[in-house]
Design a protein around this ligand. Structure first.
Ligand SMILES: [Zn+2]
Ligand SMILES: [Zn+2]
Length: 118
């Protein structure tokens, strides 16, 4: 393949944006790829920013789910404990609530783990 901009030069890579062949003097290094100088270069940089922002958002989402799961689990265990230690009173009503919270904690935790995967 020949360089798109210099027909006499051999292409050493292709632009990440448009796929045109580029010679060493045309290719612009855009951190995780190579692009034509100018609009393609900007396009690839913009794309890279979007990808890296998305990754961060994904990681944060996972953390948020796990934190909510930990909160639900804590409250769930407290309610279950209160319900079990006062079974003669009205506290047994807390048992189903505690169970629901533990279930919610489990669902949040598994959802969070799914976000953590690549
Ligand atoms: Zn290009
Ligand atoms: Zn060239």
């Amino acid at each position: 393949m020949q360089c798109f901009y210099h027909r006499d030069a051999a292409a050493v890579c292709t632009c990440k944006n448009c796929g045109r062949g580029l010679c060493p003097s045309c290719a612009v290094d855009v951190t995780n790829g190579l692009a034509c100088p100018g609009p393609c270069e900007e396009e690839v940089r913009a794309l890279n920013r979007v990808i890296s922002r998305n990754k961060t958002a994904y990681e944060k989402t996972s953390g948020a789910y796990v934190r909510v799961a930990a909160f639900y689990a804590t409250v769930g265990v407290l309610l279950l404990t209160a319900g079990l230690f006062d079974w003669r009173g009205q506290a047994w009503l807390l048992l189903p609530a505690g169970g629901v919270l533990l279930l919610a904690a489990f669902v949040h935790y598994t959802t969070g783990r799914r976000f953590d995967k690549d």
